[in-house]
Design a protein around this ligand. Sequence first.
Ligand code: MV4
Length: 447
Amino acid sequence: MSKKILIANRGEIALRALRACKELDLKTVAIYSSGDKELKHLRLADETVCIGPANPLESYLNIPSILSAAELTQADAIYPGYGFLAEDADFAERCEASGFIFIGPSSTVVRQMGDKITAKELAEKSSIPTVPGYKGKIPQDETEVKKIASKIGYPIIIKASAGGGGRGMRVVTQEDELISSIQLTQQEAKNAFGNDTLYFEKFIKNPRHIEIQIVADGNGNAIHLGTRDCSMQRRHQKIIEEAPALNINAESLDKILKACLDLCIDIEYSGVGTLEFLYEENEFYFIEMNTRIQVEHPVSEMITGFDIVKAQLKIALGMNMTLDQKEIVFRGHAIECRINAEDPETFIPSPGTIEKMHPPGGFGVRFDSHIYSGYVVPPYYDSMIAKIITTANTRESCIKRMLSALDEFFAIGIKTNHSLHQKLLQDQTFCENKHDINYLEGAFLKK
Ligand code: MV4
């Protein structure tokens, strides 16, 4: 009997997951909110269940509603995708407790990595370099705290242990701002996460954001699919990602990759995951680990030919698969442009009807999207509507191919960031691969 997967997400990643299920002869249940009746993957799924109103709090974030849909359809496993409940340890735990397979690592590992202090400690135990700082209990005594901060050296960054992805952090440049910054960050962390535990790090000023994709089976086998460079971002939203990251010190990369695999083995990691690093002056600094599939996974797939989503399903369902690093062959380069329904200058979301659209195509062009002519982009969710991925032998030819793909692609009726991508791909700093995490919001937009 073939297993049944409930896809607990929407948009392009729900479609991506559905395609992978079909290839593995798995049955599918697509859940949707009442604001999402026109989603493409609903027409392709074996069963569909409306789980609530358009408001994500009442649908895609509504755990009882999702578990009811899984009961009702007798699903075996739940695919969380990214965003929504993908890294919610309570959700993973409740799936497990209700007898459903959570397609991802164990709720224990999701919880450990969700706590950024614990994540850092686990990384250090497996010899992964982290940002120098302080992660004990922050003392009440002001002189003590000041001592700790000056030992690290200003500027420092205060982070909430329950934060991550850019939430709950504050940079402190001098001692007279330290105490008030701690109080502010603590209060914000308490309000946002119900947990006010903080830690300190040296603030890395102009790093690149490099990440490593791993795949592990929880049984002593782990492989990596190399690096991605995700430095082109605005307000913690990545805009362009590529694989592999170029101009990385080969010796330190080799060490880091090995340490990442050691971590996976040490914590019995099961599923796919991403270790995030800041990279500056030939040094890697681990910051966080994501225990989910990421938006930018296609660029790693394109340079390895390894289907990351299929691997998630196979590992979680205990299907036969081998994870052998020797079988992973890296070839060429890949770039992804995230197409958002938003104003290219103000970045204000622009939902509405896509009156007409044409996807790009051709050799080395991949279009991961749920949109079609006549589709209405709802206002309730993330504004990303498509991902264009190009693959070629070199970074330079990838950029050329992307410019051509962007020329082909159009979606009228809504505003998109199409023109921003065209500008970025012709930008000298980007073309020379000299941008860092501050470039887009800083030098580029101030031009
Ligand atoms: C930092 C940092 C500089 N120094 N930590 C932001 C998201 C979260 N994952 C960690 N982040 C940062 N941590 C130290 N010690 C700068 C950032 C940061 C950042 C990191 C990656 C990608 C984009 C970013 C944008 C602003 C700040």
